[in-house]
Ligand binder design. Structure first.
Ligand code: FEO
Length: 174
């Protein structure tokens, strides 16, 4: 099924949101690197790579369905953070925003009876649930640690283990 003008527009907007997410998480990676919390930095490094994948999955979908890519401006992300706790609170809030955006895309696809787009979007619904859950778990641990240095270092060691893996998805080329 060819992409409609409306879905094409909405998917191009989503590409912008995913690239903004990448940019935001690179900013968070920088914050942690500057604190020598390399495990936290790794967590956001991997997260940023995943966001680029998300953007490119929408990019490939638009092209594969005969649409046109219209890239938008990427806003400046926040560059200053008060604490690791604030970073995770903001990242979780941002993911909730992205989840609402994905859900709204699903509604648009269903309104148009665009089952192809609807199926494509289901992967993102699952991905958003996982992302929110992962961030929420780290946020909860940070609340337990309450800024204690040893607790932060233990969590840093845990987050250093996160490994990037490209999504197994038909919309990611080879
Ligand atoms: Fe691509 Fe974190 O949503």
């Amino acid at each position: 099924m060819s992409i409609s003008t409306n879905i094409e527009e909405r998917f191009n907007e989503q590409i912008q949101k995913e690239f903004f997410s990448e940019y935001l998480y690179i900013s968070m990676e920088a914050y942690f690197k500057q604190m020598s919390l390399d495990g936290f930095a790794n967590y956001f490094h991997v997260q940023a790579l995943e966001e680029r994948d998300h953007a490119m999955m929408f990019f490939n979908y638009v092209i594969d369905t005969g649409g046109k890519i219209q890239l938008r401006q990427i806003d400046k992300p926040k560059n200053d953070f008060a604490s690791p706790l604030e970073v995770f609170q903001l990242s979780l809030d941002h993911e909730k925003f992205v989840t609402r955006s994905i859900h709204s895309l699903v509604s648009a696809a269903q309104d148009e009876k665009d089952y192809t787009a609807n199926t494509f979007l289901q992967w993102f619904i699952t991905e958003q649930r996982e992302e929110e859950s992962n961030m929420d778990r780290v946020l909860n641990k940070l609340k337990l640690v309450e800024g204690d240095g040893r607790g932060l270092l233990l969590l840093d060691a845990e987050l250093a283990l996160r490994v990037y893996a490209p999504p197994a998805n038909a919309n990611m080329p080879g």
